[in-house]
Design a binder for this molecule. Sequence first.
Ligand SMILES: N[C@@H](CCC(=O)N[C@@H](CS)C(=O)NCC(=O)O)C(=O)O
Length: 217
Amino acid sequence: MPATLILHGSPLSNFYNKIKIALLELDIPFEERAHRPHSGQWPQSGSPTGKIPFLETPDGCVFESQTILEYLEDIRPGASRYPADALGRAHCRELIAYLELYLETAARPLYGAAYWGREIDDATRKAACDAVTAALIPLARRARFAPWLCGADYTHADGAAWVHVQTVVGALKVLGLPALVHEGLPQLGPWLEMAAERPSIRRVDGDRREAARKLRG
Ligand SMILES: N[C@@H](CCC(=O)N[C@@H](CS)C(=O)NCC(=O)O)C(=O)O
């Protein structure tokens, strides 16, 4: 395993927290380094897109959260948080891809208003809420909640789902729609409660809340 891994980004970022949960779950030592999106000059800035997170290894940086997650799995054989069988792993990756390509993306137009106090017009808000509602349908069909998303055991899909769902639900709550995601995913409440007890998620959520408190001043 590389001597020191440094996770760059912010505890307020859902994609950063996805990787932080994976590092904790796989019991990989790491350091954290605060990095704002698009700060610094490429190549010293570490991320060719300017986005966070990116992972610094002694041999170079890796960007895109799912690629980072696969790298962590590769350097930690035996400690996987993917299901044991090939089809189970495919379903797990499918859920992560779906959450990021469809659910999280659908909610993004709401973040400026929800988290940064920006204006949002009614049409944009309605279109985003409708897109979130539509994105929940395939998720409800595929997520097993038995009790974890892929079955009896916690997997990376649970870590990824927690960061993204928490971000989407949080945005909708600020905009006065706290139950929208729960209506589309009726088993969400018990799953969120169970996930909140997971040590990796408890730590990441604590750090996230602390960072938010500091930002509010
Ligand atoms: N597909 C990227 C998404 C990362 C992403 O969107 N990060 C946000 C912070 S949560 C960011 O850097 N935003 C700045 C931007 O989009 O320019 C990944 O999985 O790492």
